[in-house]
Design a protein around this ligand. Structure first.
Ligand SMILES: O=C(O)CCC(=O)C(=O)O
Length: 270
């Protein structure tokens, strides 16, 4: 299905095909903005310390499972109409409202600064969320290619997702894949792959590129960047903690987003 060479580049075959996943970490703000404008995705290396990773993992386990069953608010994105739940691709939003470790992340001044630099002005917190791929679910844990803005309807599409790996994300356990430059092509056609499927799937001729990420690294993508993730074929979970920032002034379905907090206020404890 794939080969990974010594310098960390990963070449994909099968549905997500051969492409060069060079390390697109960038140091300077202008370099980062240029890379983001070109690719629609950049890497923020080592965003979480080992202690923060541990704290977030514990928070995620508490938020997702109660007595071995999915807790309140957990959704199964692999759900299909008329079939028993697979619990293969679990999702939960707004953990920061009740969890200390998540609340600390969304109030991080350094993250706010980087998000503001990338989006070019003050930002609001749209949500945090977690994607959880348990082991042993095979292809059902795949996330189909999509643009986030097909769900969120943000206008203008000035928003970023900061996707933080809580486990080493590899091709084997379902790391994220991006279609580089796809954010520049506006709305892409999506179809529902199966009746009752939760996620709609983008139609594109372009090849996605696998972005493996060690635990603690973040991948930052535009709300219009096409992305998906492979199945978790490993024997451990693949978890990610995600924060979504929206530039102040952006509307959602034509409505102002003033009920979403300004991140500057969260940073100052407001
Ligand atoms: O974590 C994944 O597998 C999917 C991530 C994703 O779709 C997102 O962050 O928008």
């Amino acid at each position: 299905m794939r080969s990974s060479d010594g310098d960390g580049k990963v070449r994909m075959t099968a549905s997500h095909d051969t492409a060069d996943a060079t390390d697109r970490t960038v140091g300077s703000t202008s370099g980062e903005r240029a890379a983001f404008a070109r690719d629609g995705v950049v890497r923020w290396g080592r965003l979480l310390t080992p202690d923060q990773i541990d704290a977030l993992r514990s928070s995620v386990e508490r938020a997702f499972f109660r007595d071995g069953h999915p807790a309140d608010g957990v959704r199964d994105l692999s759900e299909r109409q008329g079939r028993p739940l697979d619990l293969a691709l679990l999702h939960k939003i707004n953990l920061w409202r009740t969890d200390e470790a998540c609340a600390a992340q969304v109030a991080r001044a350094d993250l706010a600064d980087r998000a503001e630099a990338l989006l070019g002005g003050p930002v609001r917190l749209y949500r945090d969320h977690v994607f959880y791929k348990p082991p042993g679910k095979g292809d059902r844990s795949r996330m189909v290619l999509h643009q986030d803005n097909r769900y969120w309807h943000l206008d203008p599409p000035e928003a970023i997702t900061v996707w933080m790996a809580l486990d080493d994300a590899t091709v084997e356990n379902g790391c994220v894949h991006y279609v580089l430059g796809s954010h520049r092509h506006g709305r892409v056609e999506h179809v529902r792959p199966e009746e009752g499927a939760v996620m709609i799937e983008a139609r594109t001729e372009q090849e996605p590129v696998a972005y493996p990420a060690p635990a603690g690294d973040a991948l930052v993508h535009s709300v219009n960047t096409l992305h998906g993730s492979g199945p978790n074929l490993s024997d451990g979970p693949r978890r990610a903690y995600v924060v979504v920032y929206v530039r102040d002034g952006v509307t959602m379905r034509g409505e102002p987003m003033t009920s979403f907090p300004l991140v500057g206020d969260l940073v100052r404890g407001g």
